[in-house]
Ligand binder design. Sequence first.
Ligand code: SF4
Length: 346
Amino acid sequence: MADGKVLRTEPLDRAPNHLLPVELLEPGRGGRETSPELDRRTFLKAAALPCLACGLGGAGVLAPRAAAARTKEDESRYIREARFYEKQPHKKTKCVLCPRECVIDDRERGYCGVRENRGGAYYTLVHSRVCSAHIDPIEKKPFFHVYPGTTAFSIATAGCNVNCKMCQNWEISQVRPEQVRNVYLPPKELATLARQNGCKSIAYTYTEPVVFYEYMVDSADAGHAEGVKSVVVTGGYINRKPLEELCRHVDAIKVDLKAFSEKYYEEIVNGKLKPVLDGLVTMKSRGMWTEIVYLVVPTLNDSDDEFRRLAKWVKAELGPDVPVHFSRFHPEYLLKNLPPTPLKTL
Ligand code: SF4
């Protein structure tokens, strides 16, 4: 895959969806290309259990393991034409959704692994293809200044457009959709589930919602029709035009600003800082409620100088009303050699 991105190649039974309602899962049986799907009816039934309406923090969707029947995957239901791409000669496509701007040959996929060129047209493969679902307090996203004290019906699909070495959800972000278990959850049913479970909002989170852009936008519209808000948890690695469009559909965006140096973005994130900063400015100019989270990684992005430059930039470019949260790093994925962030630093 492009840019040396690490992709897991384990069979399904070694690629757990730790964020999915585990009670619905059985040990994997299939190989990578024969991904079993959760039975949708089982998922919806479980998600409608009254206990979820209590809004218990971090509560998963509960159901007896015995009810975990599966159906054969019908991939076509997940496929929609992508909204932001350009056709090129020789059946190539150029994805213009994020700054990576992958140029893709026929039958190949972009860096994120969830968008594919089929005969010179470009498609998302993860519309309504949910690999993680949880009901979380909105403060866990974290948002601290929108709908406080409420719960968010939080979902993700597989895939990401960067490859952070400290990713906590790499088992679902750094894989293709065929490598994880999924449930078919179209926007209207997602919105209804969120409302029935007393959630104020749907949160697009855990992996990178930019790569499931079409599903996110359609779900936000469906949510609004049911009186449910939409909040986005993103790395902010998105091009201006799709971001402006997104701002017309969602209610709040939280950006994981990974550091305030291009070097960190290049070496640790496999992305670029400038498009993220430009995106933050665009969000504010569109009147979007925006919060920032900065994960403090010992020795890599924790200097006083970097914090000062960040704070000055936020105040000057976004304004003093934009919350910046500093969060604690825990050794994960490819950065297990570093200690957790000392409390003294925070
Ligand atoms: S969204 Fe995916 S395919 Fe499109 S440019 Fe970004 S990484 Fe490439």
